[in-house]
Design a protein around this ligand. Structure first.
Ligand SMILES: Nc1ncnc2c1ncn2[C@@H]1O[C@H](COP(=O)(O)OP(=O)(O)OP(=O)(O)O)[C@@H](O)[C@H]1O
Ligand SMILES: [Mg+2]
Length: 440
């Protein structure tokens, strides 16, 4: 399409959008606005126009996007009329957008909170408890801290207070972040605020600690909530003389917010993860009341992991094979195993790519697994009966029989993948566990 017509198309769309908007056909208007913006952006990118024209298109796009955003909000909530097109949102309207507790009189605070809201994981990651292999004690502790108090609030009154801070520590790649994702999925009644240290560190003097404060206020406003801080060590390492002033302040604010005078942390759980727990500040360490060691997976957990990572890809491994694989991966972390499996999963693909001969086999049709067809093609060696000389380019898309993953593939990947966790770190982690932690 020539660029001139693209621009024209965009203008047409936007005209229709404003018309629909005027006629209160918001759903269509939203679609048209979005569509139009796409075309405008396309026009900017490929058009030979001058910078000024581009700039004015960009400005317009911004307006349309703002309007689209408002319409989206309105359609989602199904309440209150959106403000008329073109006019600024009224004060009242803004309030209902921003939700719970924040006071609108402080634009700074609003800005910070909106920055934080951007950093929060809203979607459920969809990792279930059963997707995490082993780590039974850690799962129990997390259920105790997260699920039970929400399900049976009366059970946790009086002196029986749920845990307020849990630290997951262990070698890299053992599933700490993964477990936190499972918590987010399974605790679907509470808000899961996942922030990383980079969300909380600002280059402006004084803003970082405000961000920390706002994070906790946001959590309180939406309780029950879980604040998950991955790699806490980067925020809360022990106080030393040469650390920067702002790092010290972030830490102080953390200490106060997690357990300070006048801060009610009912219904808030702070979940932290780190692989170098010994650098944590002692006071921060104390605030993580439960410190759970997430060790390298044991043999049976490794077998489960091999199975989990294979998923429903076609393979012909049996229980014995899984046991053998588990037995020969002592010292491998969950992440290492996932890499072995991923590499093994790719090998049938390479087989198809490099094959010089194919033969006919019967099997479930790739289109519909319930139908068995007999004209599928699979790679074979040139000496096989029925071998035909051809390469994958000659095979039609729906005629390829997927070669299953075999034990040979697994062993080959295993022989090329080394464990990533070193002895030294394990000793340090063990020592930390002895001193401060508990088995997970
Ligand atoms: N127990 C487990 N069960 C299933 N999969 C696991 C397990 N442990 C690790 N994995 C796999 O390894 C990947 C990496 O794990 P994760 O990111 O949780 O590691 P981590 O402990 O947070 O490491 P780091 O300390 O380096 O951040 C996960 O995405 C998952 O696929
Ligand atoms: Mg992690």
């Amino acid at each position: 399409m020539a660029t001139g017509t693209i621009l024209q198309k965009a203008i047409d769309l936007v005209t229709k959008a404003t018309e629909a908007d005027k006629n209160k056909d918001y759903e269509n208007a939203l679609k048209l606005y979005e569509h139009a913006v796409e075309y405008f952006l396309h026009a900017i990118k490929y058009d030979a126009q001058g910078e000024r024209a581009k700039e004015s298109i960009r400005l317009k796009c911004q307006q349309y996007l703002d309007r689209a955003e408002k319409l989206k909000d309105y359609l989602k909530k199904g309440k209150k009329k959106p403000v008329a097109a073109g006019s600024e949102g009224s004060k009242e309207d803004k309030k209902s957008d921003s939700g719970d507790s924040d006071n609108d009189s402080d634009p700074d605070k609003k800005k910070l909170q909106s920055r934080l809201e951007g950093a929060i994981v809203v979607e459920k990651p969809n990792v279930k408890w059963s997707d995490v292999a082993g780590l039974d004690l850690a799962k129990e502790a997390l259920k105790e801290a997260v699920i039970l108090p929400i399900r049976f609030p009366h059970f946790f009154t009086g002196k029986r207070i749920p845990w307020k801070g849990i630290l997951l520590f262990g070698p890299p790649g053992t599933g700490k972040s993964y477990l936190a994702k499972a918590v987010a999925t399974e605790a679907n009644n509470s808000n899961f605020l996942s922030v990383s240290s980079s969300d909380l560190v600002s280059k402006w003097l004084g803003e970082s600690e405000k961000l920390v404060k706002n994070l906790f206020e946001l959590a309180r406003a939406r309780k029950p909530s879980i604040i998950f801080i991955d790699e806490v060590d980067s925020l809360c390492s022990s106080r030393s003389d040469n650390e920067s002033e702002s790092a010290r302040r972030i830490k102080t604010e953390f200490l106060v917010q997690m357990q300070g005078v006048g801060n009610d942390n009912d219904g808030i759980l702070v979940l932290g993860a780190t692989n170098i727990p010994w650098v944590l500040d002692a006071a921060i360490r104390r605030r993580f009341e439960k410190r759970i060691y997430i060790p390298l997976p044991e043999e049976h957990a490794r077998a489960t992991m091999f199975k989990l990572h294979l998923g429903n890809t076609s393979h012909n491994l049996n229980e014995d094979d899984f046991k053998k694989l588990a037995a020969s991966t002592e010292g491998y972390s969950g992440a290492d195993i996932s890499i072995i499996v991923r590499d093994a999963l790719m090998q049938p693909v390479r087989l198809v790519q490099t094959a010089t001969h194919f033969k006919r086999v019967s099997g479930p049709s790739p289109k519909d697994a319930s139908i068995i067809v007999s004209d599928l093609l699979t790679p074979c060696s040139p000496g096989d009966p029925g071998a035909m000389e051809m390469n994958w380019m000659d095979v039609e898309g729906d005629k390829l029989y997927e070669p299953p993953v075999t034990m040979k593939h697994m062993l080959k990947s295993l022989s090329t993948t080394r464990p990533t966790v070193n002895e030294e770190d394990l000793i340090k982690l063990d020592k930390f566990k002895e001193d401060f932690g508990q088995e997970g």
